[in-house]
Ligand binder design. Sequence first.
Ligand SMILES: NC(=O)c1ccc[n+]([C@@H]2O[C@H](COP(=O)([O-])OP(=O)(O)OC[C@H]3O[C@@H](n4cnc5c(N)ncnc54)[C@H](O)[C@@H]3O)[C@@H](O)[C@H]2O)c1
Length: 261
Amino acid sequence: MNIKGKTALITGGANGIGYLYAKELLRNGLKCVYIMDLPNSEGDVAVTKLEAEFGKSRAVFLVCDVSKAKDFELTFKEVLDACKDLDILINNAGIMNDSRWEFMIDLNLKALVRGTLMAIDHMGKHKGGKGGTVVNIASTVGLNAYPYFPVYCATKHAVIGFSSSIQELYEKTCVRILTMCPAVTITALITECANKALEIMDKDELIADIKKRPSQSAEHVARALMDLIEKGDNGAIWVCAKGEPPYAIKRPTYSDYRIFQ
Ligand SMILES: NC(=O)c1ccc[n+]([C@@H]2O[C@H](COP(=O)([O-])OP(=O)(O)OC[C@H]3O[C@@H](n4cnc5c(N)ncnc54)[C@H](O)[C@@H]3O)[C@@H](O)[C@H]2O)c1
């Protein structure tokens, strides 16, 4: 996909990796990025910075808590009314907070499902749309166990299960479903996670575990995402870890898990 002249929407794009996705897409010729984020996210500051670097009207901030169904639906409609044609949706908003696990499921999973379905409805050829791309942000912990944040881990497994299933509709919809799995990336999600685990977790062990995992910059993940959007086939799942070049993965089927052959 050549993103020149295209329009994208990024949830949770005011800070962290989401903000750098916006920057990287604009640098590569995106016409306009819409950012949905919380009222206290300083999304207006993010947009001011993006416009200073890439020019007026290239970035728009909309206050929206995507975990709230009505709020997300209405704000999504606002974006469609403003831009007419949305080409790319990046379902990025997410938290790692097992102490608020029910809310985290609303955000990490339900909002991502809702966003994907709304995008398919708008972009889908079956509804007269011209096709498009949805990128769902999972995590490498969606591919493995992660004992310190079991519920977060479950939400990311669910993102991969959902994305790799709904991508089967591509022939009907012409909406590409891509999944990005970053490993530890230095943002507030990581640096502020120590007090967000379940009460049963040992905080010192958790901190030690995170410290020993190789980390990478958010800029690196943003470049990898750009690559994925440009080159990824429908259904692609990419891993971006340790600051190394991203790579596509193939998931095993259940018989590959069999212990005794
Ligand atoms: N940082 C990592 O190590 C890492 C690794 C793998 C996956 N991820 C995933 O990448 C995504 C972004 O994470 P990050 O590290 O940039 O986090 P971050 O905390 O730095 O940024 C998250 C952004 O989402 C926004 N947000 C939070 N709740 C929201 C809501 N209800 N509605 C709208 N916006 C909301 C925040 O205001 C913030 O701008 C998440 O889905 C996360 O799970 C992060």
